[in-house]
Write a protein that binds this ligand. Structure first.
Ligand SMILES: [Zn+2]
Length: 252
């Protein structure tokens, strides 16, 4: 099975794991998926990898800076006589980008952010899932105000329906058993929703109380604001009177 080339950015952190993975599909007609942070050493590595390309499309899964901040500088750096550069842009839903390793199709997948887009690569039986899933983990960040848990669960289902053989996340290693991963991701959210609902029923008054119920009292200070924002996404979901057990997926 054909695989993308990967360029790992040196921006490791608790939120980005070992860094942002920039994926390259194609050799002469290339798509660059998520150029990553604006770090010269990383942009240089991408530019070197695509130097033989006559056409480069720069695609973003969403506008978070660890995916998109380097995109304008990369576009400028790649501009050369005889080469066309498209983007950078988050593609519109259904948009097709051609490469010499097959077509890429944009799938709208809101939830992590409203603008989030996954990219389907049928020739590789693959999906580039951006931040919808984190490699090696069973969860990803869905945090208020940008995150929306109901939309997130719908987006996971949309990707599961495509039945890819492999899923490439923007952080962490790729998933070789996507069906199992989709199931674990959904189960994780259902379990968390039950915890928050239980905390509410036992009189939790604040997001901080519910956050402690979910994540325990001793979280890394750097993560605390994100975890409270993630808790708010659960509270928003439940206060909209959605069930803690979302309707089962028909392919379960
Ligand atoms: Zn993100």
């Amino acid at each position: 099975m054909i695989a993308p080339r990967t360029v790992l950015a040196p921006n490791a952190s608790p939120l980005t794991l070992d860094g942002t993975r920039t994926y390259l599909v194609g050799r002469e007609t290339v798509a660059v998926i998520d150029p990553g942070p604006d770090l010269p050493v990383h942009l240089e590595a991408i530019a070197t990898a695509v130097q033989a390309a006559g056409s480069v499309a720069i695609m973003l899964t969403h506008q978070h800076p660890d995916h998109a901040a380097g995109a304008p500088a990369l576009a400028r750096r790649l501009a050369a006589p005889g080469r066309t550069v498209h983007g950078p842009a988050v593609p519109a839903g259904g948009e097709l980008v051609r490469t010499d390793e097959g077509e890429l199709c944009a799938i709208p997948t809101p939830g992590h952010t409203p603008d989030h887009c996954a990219i389907h690569w049928p020739a590789g039986s693959a999906i580039f899932c951006g931040d919808l899933m984190m490699g090696g983990l069973d969860t990803a960040l869905v945090a208020a105000p940008d995150g929306n848990l109901a939309a997130y669960l719908d987006s996971l289902e949309r990707l599961a329906d495509l039945a890819p053989a492999v899923v490439y996340p923007a952080h962490g290693p790729h998933f070789t058993d996507p069906a199992g991963a989709f199931r674990r991701y959904r189960e994780h959210r259902v379990q968390r929703l039950h915890v928050v609902q239980h905390a509410l029923e036992s009189g939790s008054r604040s997001g901080r109380d519910s956050s402690a119920a979910l994540y325990g009292p001793n979280v890394e200070p750097e993560l605390q604001p994100w975890l409270e924002a993630a808790t708010m996404a659960y509270l928003e979901y439940l206060t909209a009177n959605r069930p803690a057990e979302p309707g089962g997926w028909h392919h379960d």
